[in-house]
Design a protein around this ligand. Structure first.
Ligand code: ZN
Length: 224
C-alpha cells in the first residue's frame, strides 16, 4: 500500500467513535453464554460479560453497574437530563458543535440502560476508558477499579462517572453499526458557551457527570 493509501486507512480508522487502542483488546476474550452476569438490582440493567476480569474486578463492575442502573432509575435522573437546555450527540471537526438532540431523545436511547457489554480492566493509551462496538466491550483503567475498591467516595464517584459515560457510547448510530451515536471526538474540556463543543453539552460527558453527581447524593441519603 502506498503511503497515501496507508494514511487514508489510518485516517478512516481515526474517524470512528471507537478507535482501536493498541494493547487494550489484544488479549480480549469474547463472551460465551456462560460469561454473562446480571448486576444485582431490581432496576432495569443490562447483562455484563465478565470473562476478561478477575473475581474482584467482576464483583466491582457488577456493583458499579447496579448502582448506575439504580441511579438512572431514580426520577431525579430524567429530571436533571430534561433541565439541561442543550444536548449534543457529537462534535464536528474544529471543536464545533455536532448534532443537537432533545433530552427526550437522549433518555429514549440510554434510559433504562439495556445494551449488554463485556468489561475489561486495562489502561487504554492516553485515556481512562474506551468503548469498542466491534467487541461490544468497555475497557476501563485499572486505577478506576482500584479507586472503587478503595471505598473512598470521590474515587468511587469517578468510577461511576466513567462507566456511565462509556455506557452511552454503546448505543450504535444505526442497528449493527460499529460507530457510536453519542461520540466525543473533537470535544473541548472546559465549560463554556456555544459555539464550541464543550464536554458539558455532550451526551457522553454530561450523562456521566449527572449520573456521578446523583450517585453521590443518593449515597449521602443512604447514610443518613
Ligand atoms: Zn468517551
Amino acid at each position: 500500500m502506498t503511503i497515501a493509501g496507508r494514511l487514508a486507512l489510518v485516517m478512516s480508522v481515526s474517524t470512528l467513535a471507537t478507535p482501536a487502542v493498541a494493547g487494550v483488546w489484544d488479549n480480549y476474550i469474547r463472551p460465551s453464554e456462560s460469561s454473562w452476569r446480571h448486576p444485582s438490582t431490581t432496576a432495569p440493567c443490562p447483562r455484563i460479560g465478565t470473562q476478561n476480569l478477575s473475581p474482584l474486578n467482576e464483583a466491582t463492575i457488577l456493583e458499579v453497574a447496579a448502582q448506575i442502573c439504580e441511579t438512572m432509575h431514580d426520577p431525579r435522573f430524567a429530571e436533571r437530563v430534561r433541565a439541561e437546555p442543550v444536548w449534543l450527540a457529537n462534535c464536528r471537526t474544529g471543536f464545533r458543535p455536532g448534532r443537537r438532540v432533545t433530552a427526550d431523545e437522549v433518555l429514549s436511547q440510554i434510559n433504562p440502560p439495556q445494551i449488554e457489554f463485556s468489561a475489561v480492566a486495562s489502561d487504554p493509551n492516553g485515556a481512562v476508558a474506551v468503548t469498542n462496538l466491534g467487541y461490544q466491550g468497555i475497557a476501563i483503567s485499572t486505577g478506576r477499579f482500584t479507586g472503587w475498591q478503595s471505598g473512598v467516595p470521590v474515587k468511587q464517584q469517578a468510577m461511576v462517572t466513567t462507566l456511565a459515560h462509556e455506557m452511552t457510547h454503546l448505543v450504535p448510530q444505526s442497528p449493527g453499526s460499529r460507530t457510536s451515536l453519542f461520540r466525543d471526538r473533537n470535544h473541548v474540556e472546559r465549560p463554556g458557551p456555544l459555539p464550541l463543543c464543550y464536554n458539558h453539552l455532550l451526551v457522553s460527558y454530561d450523562i456521566g457527570r449527572i449520573v456521578g453527581d446523583l450517585w453521590r447524593i443518593r449515597q449521602t441519603e443512604l447514610r443518613q
